[in-house]
Design a protein around this ligand. Structure first.
Ligand SMILES: [Zn+2]
Length: 287
């Protein structure tokens, strides 16, 4: 049935083709099939290509082919390989991004770099206050100081360093990571958490309110993710200067970029560096 439909579609182009038969290219001249420019959209949708082949000329009584009809062409459907997509590749990961990761990423993705080129959200006390209002974590009366905005930037930088370590970023050395971890330990003592125990479970909650409560909430969410065994899935894009935070939902935990654009930019940078290194080796004077 499907073949019949395909033939009907191709025959539909025949009148048009006959009017242009002088421009047809014969397969023996090209050594193969010639893709038609007609109906390619429909054919591509159906996974077929149309090929122009010579119409066999009639044979006269002397056994010679009449050259008149040999220029006529017909379109024959030719099966092409349909692009195959592994079902595993399209299968969604069963892992969903937990709400605690959402909260951490909302805090981390407030810096001006990143794929969305957002403005710096913690540039000043006013900016931090506006962000708190957006996140429904503050009110008009919430008191925010410039020191709070500076602390928010520092806490964010320390968290990004840890998230870059999760992405195995080469620029995040052990010394840099140790410094960030030390800062986070110090922040945890300044913004403590309390355990809230109920009949349905137990959770960590900030001991303070307002801006100190915000910082403690971020740390509580990081703790929750670590206890759930998914803290290392919260990562920062390895592409410099993007460093956009994301949650790695891949099965084998191998995502290191926030998206394909950053991945290809990083590949291009590595390629240029290799090319430069080769050129400098070539130009170096012999020993
Ligand atoms: Zn990125």
């Amino acid at each position: 049935m499907r073949r019949t439909v395909l033939f009907r579609r191709c025959w539909a182009f025949l009148p048009d083709l006959q009017t242009r038969r002088t421009s047809c290219t014969r397969p023996e001249q090209t050594g193969g099939q010639v893709r038609s420019s007609m109906g390619t959209d429909a054919a591509a949708r159906d996974g077929i290509s149309t090929a122009i082949r010579p119409w066999p000329a009639p044979i006269d009584r002397n056994g010679h082919r009449n050259g008149f009809a040999s220029n006529m062409c017909t379109l024959l459907p030719v099966r092409t390989r349909r692009p195959t997509i592994s079902p595993r590749a399209t299968e969604p990961s069963p892992l969903t991004q937990p709400p605690a990761a959402d909260a951490v990423l909302r805090f981390v993705n407030t810096h001006p770099a990143g794929p969305h080129r957002l403005p710096e959200r913690f540039a000043s006390a006013k900016d931090l206050h506006a962000w708190l209002m957006e996140q429904a974590m503050g009110s008009e009366t919430t008191h925010v100081t410039e020191a709070d905005a500076a602390t928010a930037r520092e806490l964010r930088e320390a968290l990004i360093t840890v998230l870059l370590a999760h992405s195995a970023d080469q620029g995040t050395t052990s010394d840099v990571l140790a410094e960030a971890e030390s800062y986070l330990r110090h922040a945890a003592s300044r913004y403590p958490l309390i355990t809230v125990v109920t009949a349905s479970g137990a959770s960590l909650a900030p001991a303070q309110s307002d801006v100190p409560g915000l910082f403690a909430t971020v740390l509580a969410n990081a703790t929750e993710l670590a206890q759930a065994g998914v803290w290392d899935r919260v990562r920062a894009c390895r592409h410099q200067p993007c460093h956009f935070g994301f949650f790695d939902r891949t099965r084998n935990k191998n995502a290191v970029y926030c998206g394909p654009k950053c991945g290809s930019r990083e590949s291009m940078r590595a390629y240029r560096q290799r090319k430069k290194a080769l050129a400098s080796q070539r130009d170096a004077p012999p020993d």
